[in-house]
Design a protein. Sequence first.
Length: 319
Amino acid sequence: MDIPTLLAQTPLLAGIDGPALAALAERSVVCSFRSGQTVFNIGALADCLYIVGIGRLRVDNADGSLRGEVGLHECVGEIATLGNRTHSGHVYAVRDSYLLRIDRSVLLDFVQRHPAALLRLTQVIIDRLQMRHTPASLAHARRPRALTLVPATPDIDIADLARQLRGTLSECGHTGIVDAHRVDTAIAPGMAQTLQDDANADRLTRLLHAGESQFRHLLYLPDAHPSAWSARCLRQSDRVLVVVSAKTPPHATPMLDLLRDLRLRVPIELIVLRPDGAEAEHVMAWRELAGARAHYFLRPGYGGDAARIARSMTGRALG
């Protein structure tokens, strides 16, 4: 990560000269957080702020309700850090993220040397407070951008479903499909299966981050079985869609075990492939196994069902 460039692109530090940013960069530290990992706990004393270099964070209130999101080049923790207070929100990563940490002592020294930074910091804080809890900002944060289609059993064809969903999602923005083959083609064979702590993991994280910048929506397609790529797809999700067949009796599967073990903090929903005439008596059992909060029926070969599901997920349901 190019720290001076990241600092220069951060609204918090707009207008600060290059030498000053270079000095600040030398005293800053890059930290990595897995999706779902806590950045700040409510009530913890603020001793630093973070700037998002790659990834995205989410902020929840004490009651678990959503306060907002923190995206590329944005900072979090600046209000509590500057005021030497405890954190009022629970902050956690919703992507595998790289954050730039600036300790409180470093921040205070910096603003003393560069008063313009303090003025800019004050403006950022005011803007943040004015945006907080507005219906528009909360609706934007809740709207899923990265969706992962999980085949509960190996016989499920998620590629065809992804193409159907893309047709409708593309109505509100460019939509991409990401699978292991596309990743390996873009970087090198086998790169999709890179483990989180592998030396090449940074290349894969950057590729996926670039995809989120390029597309309004991304549809992640994991393998049909647990793998490093399957786990990474799930960690990149704003919403997980578990796909099952109405004809298959409910049972624990390796992919559902992986989903449970990752302990994701994102909504999980169920898509039931239900041909005309098929019974649907197993839906609630599948929902319990998947940890799903809702379910949709999809008749194979009937594109209208996929369009309805896509509109519902993006808040554009027609009734």
